[in-house]
Design a binder for this molecule. Structure first.
Ligand code: C2E
Ligand code: MG
Ligand code: MG
Ligand code: MG
Length: 279
C-alpha cells in the first residue's frame, strides 16, 4: 500500500517535471535559434548627469520576443542560457551587436557622450573568453566609450580570476561598473582592490526613497563610499521626481530610470537622444 502510494506520487512528480523540462528544452532550442538567426535585439537606456540633465551614456539591454513564448524576460533567458551552455554564444552576440551599433552611430556622425555599457554575468568571467572577445571586437572603438556591468557576485565566485580579467579591461581604458550594488555580499576589502570605476545603486534602494529613513542612510552611505573611493555613482530605476530630488540632495552624480528615459530600440534611441557632431 505504502509502496504504491510512493510510486503514484513519483509518477505524478515525473509527469509534471517532464512537462517542465520539455518546455525548457523547447525554449532553449528557440533561444539558440534566435541567437543564430539574429532575432534577439538590444535596447538602449540613457543615463544622465543629475545636475545638468546631460546625456552621459547608455546601457544595452537584451530583448527576446519569441513567436510562441512572447516577450521573455532577460532575467529568465539569461539564466536559461547560463544553465544550458548558451551564454557564450549569447554574450558574443551582445558584444558584437552593441559594438556594431556604436560604430554605426559614430560613423554616421553622431556624438555618443560617455560609455555604452553591456551586462556581463558572473559565469561569463569563469574563463578569459568573454574578455578577450570583447577586447578583440572593440578594437576600432575609442575605449572611453566602452564599459561593462558585473554584479557583486563575481567577487564571491572567483575573486582573483575576476580581478585579473577586469583589470585587463580597465588597463585598456574600458570602464567597469558594479551593477545592483548593495544587494550582494561584496566585502569592502574586495571592493577597494577590485578594478572598478562605477557603482550602480540598486533599484530596490532607489525605489524606497525618500521616506524610509533607514534606507536613505544606506543610500547616503553608499554615495559617501563611492566618493571616497573615487568611483562614479549611478542610481538605477529612478521613477519619480521625489526620488530624483533626494538623490540630488545626497550627492548622486548620474541617474538612469523610467522617469528619465526607458530602454529603447536602437533607431528610436538614436532619434530621441543622440545629436549630430557639430562640424
Ligand atoms: P540590470 O542590468 O540591473 O538592468 C536594469 C533593469 O532595470 C533592466 O531590466 C531595465 O529595463 C530595468 N529598469 C530600468 N529603469 C527602470 C525603472 O525606472 N523602473 C523599473 N521598474 N525598471 C527599470 P531588464 O532589461 O528586464 O533586464 C533585467 C536584467 O537582465 C538586467 O538587470 C541584467 O542583469 C540582465 N540582462 C539584460 N541584458 C543582458 C545582457 O545582454 N547580458 C547579460 N549577461 N545580462 C543581461
Ligand atoms: Mg546592468
Ligand atoms: Mg542594475
Ligand atoms: Mg538589476
Amino acid at each position: 500500500e505504502h509502496a504504491k502510494r510512493v510510486e503514484t506520487k513519483s509518477r505524478i512528480y515525473d509527469a509534471s517535471m517532464g512537462e517542465h523540462l520539455q518546455q525548457q528544452q523547447s525554449k532553449i532550442e528557440r533561444l539558440a535559434q534566435a541567437i543564430r538567426s539574429d532575432k534577439l535585439s538590444l535596447y538602449y537606456q540613457p543615463q544622465f548627469d543629475i545636475r545638468t540633465g546631460e546625456l552621459k551614456g547608455a546601457e544595452a539591454l537584451c530583448r527576446w520576443t519569441d513567436e510562441r513564448w512572447g516577450a521573455v524576460s532577460p532575467v529568465e533567458f539569461i539564466a536559461l542560457a547560463e544553465e544550458r551552455g548558451l551564454i557564450r554564444e549569447l554574450g558574443d552576440w551582445v558584444v558584437r551587436t552593441a559594438t556594431q551599433q556604436l560604430r554605426e552611430w559614430l560613423d554616421a556622425g553622431f556624438e555618443f557622450p560617455g560609455v555604452l555599457a553591456i551586462n556581463v554575468s558572473a559565469q561569463q568571467l569563469d574563463s578569459p573568453y568573454l574578455v578577450d572577445y570583447f577586447i578583440k571586437s572593440t578594437q576600432d572603438i575609442p575605449s572611453h566609450h566602452l564599459g561593462i556591468e558585473v554584479t557583486e557576485s563575481v567577487m564571491m565566485r572567483s575573486p582573483e580570476r575576476a580581478m585579473r580579467l577586469l583589470q585587463k579591461l580597465q588597463d585598456r581604458g574600458i570602464s567597469i561598473a558594479i551593477d545592483d550594488f548593495g544587494t550582494g555580499y561584496s566585502s569592502l576589502s574586495y571592493l577597494s582592490r577590485f578594478p572598478v570605476n562605477t557603482l550602480k545603486i540598486d533599484r530596490s534602494f532607489v525605489s524606497k526613497l525618500p521616506d524610509d529613513a533607514h534606507n536613505t542612510s544606506l543610500v547616503s552611505t553608499i554615495l559617501a563610499m563611492a566618493k571616497n573611493l573615487k568611483l562614479t555613482a549611478v542610481a538605477e530605476g529612478v521613477e519619480t521626481q521625489a526620488q530624483a530630488d533626494m538623490l540630488k540632495e545626497l550627492g548622486c552624480q548620474y541617474v538612469q530610470g523610467f522617469m528619465y528615459g526607458k530602454p529603447l530600440p536602437a533607431d528610436v534611441f538614436r532619434q530621441t537622444w543622440l545629436k549630430r557632431k557639430a562640424s
